[in-house]
Design a protein around this ligand. Structure first.
Ligand code: SF4
Length: 741
């Protein structure tokens, strides 16, 4: 068997480059590419087990539709499907206006697709209702970088791992969620035993196994912890005054704020002893270079942006930014979450790190797209959670979902399902069917996946990578950008006749010229020969930039980074007598998101075949639970029943449930039937890491069919909404059905 070619891994944001061996019809082996800067030959089990996920029986190969959600899907051709969708969208846009439609995408989508979607929705419809599952992962990191440093995008790179003296990992289980990067830290620590690794996480995860110090912060106590450490650093004279004076603003206010804080209170809120925090402060104060990694634990909170600001404050205080080996490094969860941000998929964004609220930004993009003045709306569009609320209220009529499975991944799934059931039109563009979301759709559009198309992505360290097409997609599946472009043409819009992904890319990158994420020099031709290019990369002869802010000029109007004093705020739903425990959710090493791919890899599934709940042994004793006993977990939104795993790494009063499993693997047992859809005020990121729950042992013989009560409630709702479900262009489809029957 020969080498088939190379591709970027379609899972996490590390962005490993993989070599595929075998043939187009049978990938036999996948290895990490030795020369790839992102992974240096490493690979994790998910990447290595991609082979069995490619040519599967559940690949969506033809467009499909149905007139009623009680009916089975019928296959059709692209022409019919897109004509139908064009008719229905025109009808809704004419009747209800542009804000009645929405696009909900993914960090899985390539940059070319994101660009075309924005051009259609924001540029042509005048509707900013485009958002993505990145809202669930890193909207708080985007807002944190923007408010503290003036621009989104991490300052650091993976090579900083070897240069750092202290690596601080907060709210990230890197060992399982970003394993290749974690392996690099572990290997480096072995070679450099003097390097210190500190892990801050309420759970003792596999990441903490290499830590010199693990601090089990109380869930929701991060800001208190960071402020306590800031106060300690200030009082121990660890301030880098020269850096603060020359490159920051707001220090006096931050200093006063910290000194007014009561240290004992901060420690109590963080759930940690003062001496543990002094140990942490001493590590930070003595670090020549301090690098911090963070992810969902900081971001998935109603105060996620504030948590990000509080961490960045510490980097500014100690001058640990804008130099090799240092900086606050937000990890991205998906292969192109970064590219989605660069091309502007979130509902406040425009391409090139612009925003819809900025009149000059709107004008620049309108002019670039050849649209008339004021065609882009200044109103921030609906965000992920808001879209599904608006569907339920009937304000949003149609939703186009691509490359994501919100019927598993969004919080408060009963609400999400009610929203989808109320929608007049649900279009799902995906590579697989069924998923929990395709089962609720009216129209299914088959998308080519990673090895079946040319695509461009940006990983966590700003590396832009091109992946070639390696084999043909099944049936008539198309690259996502082509589906959207054909749909736009069907609606009669100009400017969507692209002949290739390269043409889309080369149209997009001038929009980044002069912007913080400048990729104007990363042309499609160059990307097809370069191993990797990190932005900023402003000209075709520019080598790319490993790090940002090396000149200590930040992207704020003054060029100075901002200290932003942030108070501790409680999570939205605190435990009480009725729901006395805290639920936190997260990922496992062997699975990725909603199992759409990883459940097809036998080796991965064998390792973690089913969901579970981790409970502290002391809590289990009080509840009369033993390993494997079934537990009913109830929140104000739903109930699920899962087998217990007794683990001392989970603090008393808290439980952990992985969020990967949805209804395809046991109706009504997904973790997100329990979670709360409360969102932050600015970042609008949901609080997936914290909600109040109750636990009860399920008596033997009393195990209900998973989700039984909730399902019957659900089905009652479904019956009433389906009875009124009337696609606006049903007459068109009825004609197609008559003609083909
Ligand atoms: Fe893929 Fe992430 Fe594993 Fe690398 S670490 S192989 S990108 S899942």
């Amino acid at each position: 068997m020969g080498t088939l070619g190379e591709s970027i891994c379609p899972y996490c944001g590390v962005g490993c480059r993989l070599t595929l061996e075998g043939t187009a019809s049978h990938v036999t082996r996948i290895r990490g590419v030795e020369t790839a800067a992102a992974n240096l030959g490493r690979i994790c089990a998910k990447g290595a087990q991609l082979g069995p996920t490619i040519h599967t029986a559940d690949r969506l190969a033809q467009p499909q539709f149905r007139l009623s959600r009680h009916d089975p899907f019928r296959t059709t051709d692209w022409d019919t499907a897109l004509t139908y969708l064009a008719e229905i969208f025109t009808n809704i846009l004419n009747t209800h206006g542009p804000e009645a439609v929405a696009f909900y995408g993914s960090g899985q989508l390539d940059t070319e697709t994101v660009y075309v979607i924005n051009k259609l929705f924001k540029g042509c419809f005048g509707c900013n209702n485009t958002d993505s599952n990145s809202r669930l992962c890193m909207a708080a990191a985007v807002a944190g970088y923007r408010t503290s440093l003036g621009s989104d995008g991490p300052p650091c790179c993976y090579d900083d791992i070897e240069l750092a003296d202290v690596i601080l990992i907060l709210g990230s289980n890197m060992a399982e969620a970003h394993p290749v990067l974690f392996d690099r830290i572990r290997d480096n620590k072995k070679a450099r035993p003097d390097q210190r690794v500190i892990v801050i996480d309420p759970r003792r995860t596999a990441t903490a196994d290499i830590a010199d110090l693990h601090l089990p912060v109380a869930p929701g106590g991060d800001i208190a912890l960071l402020n306590a450490v800031g106060r300690m650093l200030l009082l121990m004279g660890a301030t880098n005054q020269r850096f603060v004076d020359q490159h920051t603003e707001g220090f006096e206010e931050y200093r006063r704020f910290l000194l007014e804080q009561d240290l004992a209170e901060l420690c109590a809120t963080a759930g940690l002893e003062e001496r543990s925090l002094y140990r942490l402060a001493n590590f930070l104060a003595s670090a020549g270079n301090l690098l911090s990694f963070y992810c969902m634990g900081l971001n998935q909170s109603t105060v996620g942006m504030w948590k990000n600001n509080s961490l960045i404050n510490l980097h500014l205080l100690t001058g640990q930014i804008g130099k090799p080996g240092a900086g606050p490094f937000s990890l991205t969860g998906q292969p192109n979450a970064m590219g989605g941000r660069e091309a502007g998929l979130l509902s406040h964004q425009l391409p090139g790190y612009r925003t819809v609220e900025d009149a000059e930004h709107r004008r620049q993009v309108e002019e670039f797209w050849g649209r008339r003045p004021r065609s882009i709306s200044p109103k921030v569009g609906l965000t992920a959670v808001e879209m599904f609320r608006a569907l339920e209220k009937g304000q949003l009529k149609a939703i186009w979902i691509a490359g994501t499975n919100p019927a598993v991944s969004l919080p408060d799934l009963h609400q999400v399902r009610r929203g989808l059931q109320r929608a007049q039109l649900v279009v799902v563009q995906d590579a697989y069917h069924p998923t929990e979301t395709t089962r609720l759709a009216d129209v299914l559009l088959p998308a080519a996946q990673w090895g079946e198309k040319e695509w461009t992505s940006t990983n966590s360290e700003r590396t832009i990578s091109y992946s070639p097409k390696l084999w043909e997609p099944p049936g008539v599946a198309l690259p996502d950008w082509q589906i959207i472009a054909r749909f736009a043409e069907r609606l009669g819009f100009q400017g969507f006749r692209y002949s290739s992904a390269a043409e889309v890319w080369d149209e997009f990158i001038p929009l980044t010229s002069g912007r913080p994420c400048d990729m104007a020099g990363a042309t499609s031709a160059r990307l097809r020969t370069a191993v990797s290019l990190q932005w900023p990369c402003p000209t075709p002869d520019h080598p790319g930039s490993k790090r940002r802010y090396l000149d200590r000029r930040f992207a704020t109007p003054s060029g100075r980074a901002l200290f932003l004093p942030r108070d501790h705020r409680e999570p939205r739903e605190m435990p009480d007598h009725e729901f006395p425990f805290v639920l936190t959710t997260g990922r496992l090493y062997t699975h990725w998101h909603t199992l759409t791919r990883t459940a097809k890899a036998e080796k991965l599934l064998r390792r973690e075949p089913a969901p579970f709940v981790e409970i502290n042994p002391a809590d289990a004793l009080r509840l009369g639970l033993e390993e494997g006993d079934f537990v009913q977990i109830s929140s104000r939104r739903g109930t699920v029943q899962l087998p217990a795993r007794l683990r001392s790494g989970v603090a008393e009063g808290m439980v952990f449930v992985p969020f990967h499993w949805g209804d395809l693997y046991g109706e009504g047992n997904a973790a997100n039937y329990l979670t709360i859809s409360a969102i932050g005020r600015v970042a609008k990121q949901p609080e997936l890491k914290f909600c109040a729950i109750n636990l009860e042992k399920v008596a033997s013989g009393a195990r209900r069919v998973a989700g039984q009560e909730d399902r019957s409630q659900l089905e009652r709702g479904q019956a009433s909404s389906l009875a009124t479900h009337q696609p606006p262009a049903a007459t068109f489809l009825q004609g197609v059905l008559d003609a083909t029957s």
